[in-house]
Design a protein around this ligand. Sequence first.
Ligand code: ADP
Ligand code: MG
Length: 716
Amino acid sequence: MSKSKSSESVKVVVRCRPMNEKEKAANFERVVSVDVKFGQVVVKNPRGTAHEHPKVFTFDSVYDSNSKQVELYDETFRPLVDSVLLGFNGTIFAYGQTGTGKTYTMEGVRNDPEKRGVIPNSFDHIFTHISRSQNQQYLVRASYLEIYQEEIRDLLSKDQARRLELKERPDTGVYVKDLSSFVTKSVKEIEHVMNVGNQNRSVGATNMNEHSSRSHAIFVITIECSELGLDGENHIRVGKLNLVDLAGSERQTKTGAQGERLKEATKINLSLSALGNVISALVDGRSTHIPYRDSKLTRLLQDSLGGNARTVMVANIGPASYNVEETLTTLRYSNRAKNIKNKPRINEDPKDALLREFQEEIARLKEQLEKRSEKLEKERKAIMEDHSLVAEEKLKLLREKEKKMDDLKREREAAEMLAAKVKAMESKLLVGGKNIVDHTNEQQKILEQKRHEIAEQKRREREMQQQMESRDEETLELKETYSSLQQEVDIKTKKLKKLFAKLQAVKSEIHDVQEEHIKERQELEQTQNELTRELKLKHLIIENFIPLEEKNKIMNRTFLDEENDHWKLRPITRIEDNQQMMTRPVSAVGYKRPLSQHARTAMTMRPDVRYRAENILLLELDLPTRTTKEYEEPVIAPKVAAALEDALRDEDEIQVDASSFHSSLPTPPGACVSTIKKPKSSRPKTGKKASTPTSATSPSSSGHPLYPQSRGLVPK
Ligand code: ADP
Ligand code: MG
């Protein structure tokens, strides 16, 4: 495999979306026209005069509102993904104002095969390629992250509150620490990974549209491929594909924002303006310093801009007149990006290839398995021999044999487990020839080949057209021979007109760029003013409210964390010179901890737990002072008490003498004359003891009752 060392430019394509329903309803003028054949985008000024020349931008290729997703993929993205499969790094950016089709280009409409974007199309492409490969082993991993307000969130992690850090290693470059990545074996699995990430992305956001327009989403697919080289050794190539849906490029208004809001506003587009600065610095040619470190995005995608990667930038624009300013800004931005030179190369045998680790682990497990099977075989033989022995000394060796059989069984189980492990690991590695994707028949292949050829042809045609145009102008003069003076004048006038028009276009472009520059500068100045004001306020607070000593202490603790480009505070316990922990203050002699004089006297005076060195926890409840009284029975007049007593008495205790009624009432036959005992009543006892029976209630003692007779006991 030859390594490509040559440099190549970042490829920039422009895609203009169709007018949406709202724009159609409001009758907005279409100001963008796209010339697919020439690769040109023409923008006219909606407020300009009839003579004003429209602005023309030329790109690698351009797509109008009728462009199909597949077309874009075959012409622009397929070659890039192909090179990732060969071991190059590749990046696809979608850049543009919110609502111009970045997400549509990257993801598209999930359930519509015609409208699927680059990401799902690349899944199919990758796994189809693997299924058709021969004598190669693949390992495909996917990660998904988001950058919002300069914080990195792992969209596949369980803990969505966690923020990740960027780290740098001299051998492998910048990476996201602890970013999860999932090994995927099929289109379905990798689609699942994407869906999980998308769900997580929308969960944290209250307004998904606003959130996605302010954050960058990066889907990373790492493809490792191992193949037997000419030298008889296995070589691993690693290609990394970054699929980036950038935040909306529209200007965030910072005016009027203060404090947190200001900070937020300045942070939101930080990554994007840093991206712009990096592009400018790369294109400038004079800058020696490329400000990659200014933002997380540019640091993470450092390789994609001027480094070891192939990069395609899709600039999305809208066609309507009210977007014209943003459209022009996007076109200028991407026009500059065209000139970035990358140096892609195949990443062969990198140190951190996971595939190598997998292969080594599998080899190790296999070796273990082999050893075990050998042992197993030996054991079996031994048992077989035992078998013959058993025939002779059956009883004696029976137990021994049983034990061996047990061991054998255990051995076999262990071997089976090992084999399963090997199988599981191997299943993660993909090899060609298997039917990973269903439609791998020949016809499909031929069709793809043809599509590829057509795309290639189109591209060449466009290039030739562009070249012809520029050459035409150059050679026009050389070829001309003039037959008459008049003809010369005519032709030269024509040429002059053409050149004049060009001059005008360039002049107006300069004017526009200057204006934009001034606007940007004013905005920056305003932000600077506001930040200065904040700074002054903070200074004022520090000078007036923080003691000088404290301030100096803090100043001494501050240091610049180069890694994150942040000022940080050293922990308070560190001493500057020897970096040792400060010792604890000495305790009072004989005591476990420092004690005040008051505490010591208090301890000697009374054994109050409060001042003890340990066990100072009081476990008893500290009861509040009592606010209630003991219950006292009310004083009741003896008569009332007696009446109550009587009323509450159990009825079995009541003795009734009915003899005094003999004269007035006829005795019913069989009536009981003597003491009548009432059957036990069901009335619940009150629990009151009849402790003080009064003489008045006892009919036997007084002879005649003072109170009415007991209820219902008098015969009628
Ligand atoms: P962005 O991600 O840039 O904010 P979206 O991708 O969400 O924009 O697109 C906004 C709307 O425009 C969506 O409804 C999308 O379906 C539609 N759209 C964008 N580009 C196209 C296109 N090329 N063809 C058809 N519809 C499009
Ligand atoms: Mg979007």
